[in-house]
Design a binder for this molecule. Structure first.
Ligand code: PEP
Ligand code: MG
Length: 597
């Protein structure tokens, strides 16, 4: 049965799998804009908590406003800055604050109800006044009120999703995915979203199956319905009937067994059938993931994203000590392997509040561009990394994101040398062998890669952005998701050029984009000459398995086939042919080890 209304059983909806997996759970419909106020008073003992929630929300909203105002200032956007400043004043109006706290105290209101009523009082006053200039304040008042309530509700709602929840939403931001992950949800289903959007990447890192582009899901599902997220079949099933439920229960069990089988490969070396070593490293976004480095035997960290440090705080500033702590955890959790710390790469889709202010955020104020505009941020990051690097000599690589011209790199390099000298003078041990490299993710770099090769210590290819910028396809836009083709020959040619430049100048070339974790793509990349692949650790066994079952000649021939592929249809046909053969190899292996068929 297809689509259907909100009462039919077994409604099947098609979507795109952003994070593979198969889960059954209870749908929790999540909407960022919803403001439902619960008017019921709370028990007196909860009043201090309600006040705390209000104060906390006030702080968070204030920080967001400061950030937006700063951002507007740096772009000479005085309109936005004035609005933000006006709203900031409302937020800090002592009378408003006092009336919210009074309503909580005297009427035992929840924070959101007190905020709503306090603001409504002022809105009503303005509406009844004759002064037309005040009317323009109405939308500011409503905006501040809604931001506050939304914030308070997020604090309350988060805890109540429940462990068997499958979140259903129009769209989710990276921060929301983190929130979901921390409350232990089983899966995420969205109508919008992109395969390599940062929300999908974080869901992947957290191991939460996610489907995007499930167009009718908000209409078909009711909060509390049973849903099945079938990432393998690219389906969502709403209110499954008994037969579907029991067949999926069987499949879910089979997959758990299959995972166990795959775990056997973890202890085996990562090398091709013919013995070529392919280093498999970890992409790490959060401290919580560091344990996975050893669990999946990653050989060091190929990409330590530091962006999440900022997402958790307010304005674009980062506490140096906090950064040191984060790096320290990464070093101590990754044996003796390399640690590739990437400098802050926010902008694009990583700061929702900024996104709204730029017409083309992915072509805008992002990565190294922000760092060079905000020197203090760059300096604090470099200092934090260099301080920790000194404690672990020989292990550090610093990666600069979103480089599009050589000047940017040279500027960062100079800052790093200055920071090293500065801290050395203060007696801090410094590792002068720290490697400084760049992300190859903007075509201008790949096209002139030989020029960069004589300045940098290593390249790391970011296929997520390289694909988006080469093919002019927004990585987060599901309307054009089918055009997002990281194995397009144009992208592969740029990768191949980078590998050749690396070979010529003797500098390492890694791939740290999502492509590295697709087993077929990993073979193609190895066929092009890449010897370091970095990915979410839990995907390492799948890739290692594929590497171990092919020899280099097969990989080279796959790479050559894809490089000369004219159309998507041809690429799909080669993938199908490869995957059929690979399935047979795996079946053979399972039979030998007595694993489930
Ligand atoms: C990439 O662009 O491929 C990459 C690894 O960086 P991010 O996904 O964080 O932009
Ligand atoms: Mg990138």
């Amino acid at each position: 049965m297809q689509e259907g209304n909100a009462h039919q059983a077994n409604v099947k909806l098609k979507g795109i799998t952003a994070v593979d997996g198969l889960v059954m759970g209870v749908a929790r419909v999540y909407s960022r804009g919803n403001i439902n106020i619960d008017p019921e008073p709370v028990d007196e003992s909860r009043l201090p908590d309600e006040k705390k929630k209000f104060e906390q929300a006030r702080k968070t909203v204030g920080l967001t406003m400061e950030r937006l105002s700063d951002f507007a200032d740096s772009r000479n956007d005085s309109d936005t800055r004035d609005i933000m400043n006006a709203q900031y004043e409302i937020l800090h109006d002592p009378e408003l604050e006092a009336s919210v706290l009074r309503l909580i105290d005297q009427n035992s209101f929840r924070a959101e109800k007190a905020i709503y009523d306090a603001f409504q009082h002022y809105i009503d006053l303005i509406k009844s006044s004759e002064k037309s200039f005040l009317v323009s304040r109405l939308s500011d008042l409503r905006d501040v009120r809604d931001r506050l309530i939304h914030n308070v509700q997020q604090l309350t709602v988060v805890a109540s999703f429940g462990k068997d929840a499958v979140m259903v939403a129009e769209d989710v931001s990276p921060i929301e995915v983190i929130t979901f992950a921390r409350s232990g949800v089983r899966g995420i289903i969205c109508t919008a979203g992109g395969l390599t959007s940062h929300a999908s990447i974080i869901a992947n890192a957290m191991g939460i199956p996610m489907m995007i582009g499930v167009k009718k899901v908000m209409r078909a599902v009711r909060d509390g319905d049973t849903v099945i997220l079938d990432g393998l079949g690219q389906n969502v099933i709403v209110r499954p009937d008994d037969e579907t439920t029991s067949s999926y229960t069987r499949v879910i069990k089979w997959h758990k067994e299959e995972e166990k089988f795959l775990r056997q490969v973890i202890e085996k070396p990562s090398e091709t059938l013919c013995g070529t070593k392919i280093q498999l490293q970890a992409n790490i976004d959060f401290e919580d993931e560091v344990l996975n480095i050893d669990k999946y035997r990653a050989e060091g960290i190929g990409l330590l994203r530091t962006d999440t440090l900022l997402m958790n705080s307010g304005p674009i500033t980062m506490d140096r000590k906090r950064q040191e702590e984060f790096c320290q955890t990464a070093y101590s959790g990754s044996g003796s392997g390399p640690v590739t710390v990437r400098l802050l790469d926010v902008g694009g889709d990583k700061l929702l509040s900024l996104k709204a202010r730029e017409a083309n955020p992915f072509l805008g104020w992002r990565g190294v561009r922000i760092l060079l505009d905000r020197r203090e941020l760059l300096q604090s990051q470099l200092e934090a990394i260099c301080r920790v690097a000194g404690r672990y000599p020989g292990r550090t690589r610093i990666l600069v994101p979103m480089i599009s011209c050589l000047d940017e790199f040279l500027d960062v390099k100079k800052e790093m040398e200055d920071i090293q000298s500065k801290i050395e003078k203060r007696g801090v041990p410094v590792d002068r062998k720290v490697k400084l490299g760049i992300m190859v993710e903007v075509p201008s770099v790949a096209i002139q890669v030989d020029m960069y090769a004589s300045h940098v210590d290593f390249f790391s290819i970011g296929t997520n952005d390289l694909t988006q910028y080469t093919l002019a396809v927004d990585r987060g836009n599901n309307l054009i998701a089918s055009l997002y083709q990281p194995l397009h020959p144009a992208v592969l040619s740029l990768i191949s050029m980078t590998v050749q430049a690396g070979e010529k100048s003797g500098i390492p070339v890694a791939v740290c984009g999502e492509l590295a974790s697709d087993p077929l793509a990993a073979l193609i990349l190895a066929g092009l000459g890449v010897r370091e692949l970095s990915m979410t650790p839990r995907l390492i066994p799948k890739v290692k398995q594929a590497v171990r079952l092919h020899d280099l000649e097969e990989m080279k021939s796959l790479a050559a086939n894809f490089l000369s592929c004219g159309t998507r249809v041809e690429r799909m046909a080669i993938r199908k042919e490869w995957s059929d053969k690979y399935e047979l190899k795996l079946k053979d292996m399972r039979a030998k080890t007595g694993a489930p068929q």
